[in-house]
Ligand binder design. Structure first.
Ligand code: FAD
Length: 445
């Protein structure tokens, strides 16, 4: 239960796991209420189909199962009014005056933003995310506010679950993601210093081709063992953190797909304990990495608390916006009163260039999501990388003492907090199964 890496940044393994479980139980009802019942958190806008995989061409990678499909919202009437294209176009005049990145940097010298946007329009209702990365971003923006780009999806109607996506395509994506963890000699210097997308993309492609030549004929298990934490003992703490974030994300995906698994013969959805046992229960370090991520996101939300007090949750319905805000503040206040389990000050203490390296690599992970050949998996892969990317941005780029220049919150930040609920169910089921098996064994004797 307490098998956690000694270099872990989640302090005092046993206490922390228990503390995170308790915290999860405390916040589960309000988190569920927020993500399932508020427009702000249940609708998500992203580029699901428009981008092509920047790293390899693989037309055969498309998943044909019905379960891989995402139901996008075709009818504008189903989207809260404030986000409809027609509404956004009414704001054209205001958007035209909206400051670009450069101007935003200089904002304190300018007139307050509210005067530029109009008196009753809050920044969060119209803010356009440019295609270009902010230098503080840890992932590629999904053009949340751009009326002409992207699709709206309801996260509630497209839950993360078993899709049947597997085989070479999924393996290539996981391999490429874990390959980003090679901070040392295996990775090209270009990827570490790349400041523009193309350079980073090209360098990753080179690594990938090199890697696939050497690895794809061996089994997945073997190729990914290259990145097993046990052989990375000499890694710096930042590299270990990077590994744990992606492994924790992998755990989260596996947990959800086992929890909502399709019996392809009967067509019934069920909680698949065998799937959980094989993929996760036998690998405590994978579970520990999920906890690591939970601690990381929790800490980021606590750090964001003051900023959220002045944030407008814009869905166009003032009553709902007020209630969303109350719920978020209640959640962050519960999180803030729990013991701190993640200490971000331990990272990037000595080598600041490592931070850019880390950031570029995480951005690449977010770009790799465009290579996922299953729409539903791509959706959740993007939502999760956006969530972790935001958490990293808050932890490492956000200054609690300043208001004006801090990054703004996207609607995805909370999504990564879901997974521990499913773990709780599986733990109980496995304990029961084991007890029954033990009883059968004793009875036989
Ligand atoms: P995989 O999960 O593909 O893992 C490959 C190898 O990675 C394993 O053999 C093991 O060596 C290593 N590994 C596994 N877990 C970890 C971990 N936590 N930490 C470190 N190493 C690990 N399928 C769905 O049904 N629904 C989804 O929503 C979904 N989303 C996906 C999103 C992305 C971004 C990707 C790349 C794939 C997604 N898939 C999804 C596919 C799914 O993740 C698996 O790839 C697929 O089920 C095949 O599983 P597998 O048993 O081959 O092992």
């Amino acid at each position: 239960q307490c098998a956690i890496d000694p270099k872990s940044i989640v302090t005092d393994a046993c206490t922390s796991y228990a503390a995170l479980d308790t915290l999860n139980a405390d916040i589960a009802p309000s988190l569920h209420d927020l993500t399932e019942a508020t427009d702000f958190f249940s609708y998500y806008r992203l580029n699901l189909f428009q981008k092509t995989c920047p790293f390899w061409a693989d037309e055969s990678a498309q998943c044909g199962n019905r379960a891989c499909v995402v139901d996008t919202i075709e009818n504008e009437q189903d989207i809260p009014e404030i986000w409809r294209a027609e509404e956004l176009s009414k704001l054209e005049g205001l958007k035209a005056k909206h400051p670009g990145r450069q101007q935003q940097k200089e904002r304190p010298k300018q007139r307050p933003l509210q005067y530029q946007l109009g008196e009753n329009v809050d920044e969060s209702c119209v803010l356009e995310d440019d295609d270009e990365c902010d230098t503080r971003d840890y992932c590629v923006p999904e053009d949340e506010g751009a009326a002409a780009k992207g699709d709206y999806v309801s996260l509630v109607h497209n839950p993360e679950r078993f899709t049947g996506y597997a085989g070479e395509s999924a393996q290539m994506v996981w391999n490429a993601i874990y390959k980003e963890n090679c901070f040392t000699s295996q990775a090209p210097a270009a990827a570490r210093t790349a400041s523009n997308k193309d350079l980073a993309a090209k360098s990753l492609l080179t690594v990938f081709q090199d890697y696939s030549r050497n690895q794809l004929d061996s089994s997945t298990e073997e190729s990914l063992d290259l990145f097993d934490p046990a052989i990375l003992d000499d890694q710096c703490v930042e590299q270990r953190a990077f590994y744990r974030i992606i492994s924790g994300m992998h755990t989260s995906i596996s947990t959800h797909l086992c929890y909502d698994y399709l019996n392809q013969t009967t067509g019934e959805w069920f909680h698949n304990t065998t799937c959980y046992r094989e993929r996760l229960h036998k690998h405590p370090e994978r579970l520990s990495n999920l906890y690591f991520n939970y601690a990381l996101v929790t800490r980021a939300l606590v750090k964001l608390r003051r900023h959220l007090e002045h944030y407008t949750f814009c869905s166009g319905d003032p009553e709902q916006d007020f209630s969303t805000k109350q719920k978020v503040l209640q959640l962050t206040s519960t999180l803030a009163s729990s013991p701190t389990t993640f200490d971000e000050s331990l990272l990037f203490k000595t080598d600041l260039s490592l931070k850019d390296d880390f950031k570029n690599r995480f951005r690449n992970v977010s770009r790799i999501m465009d290579c996922v050949g299953c729409e539903r998996c791509r959706l959740w892969g993007k939502v999760q990388t956006a969530g972790y990317g935001a958490a990293l941005k808050i932890l490492f780029e956000f200054d609690e003492t300043k208001n004006g220049e801090n990054p703004h919150l996207r609607r995805t930040e909370l999504v990564a907090l879901h997974s521990l609920d499913a773990l709780k169910w599986f733990r109980a089921a496995i304990a029961e199964e084991d007890a029954q098996n033990a009883k059968v064994a004793t009875d036989k004797k």
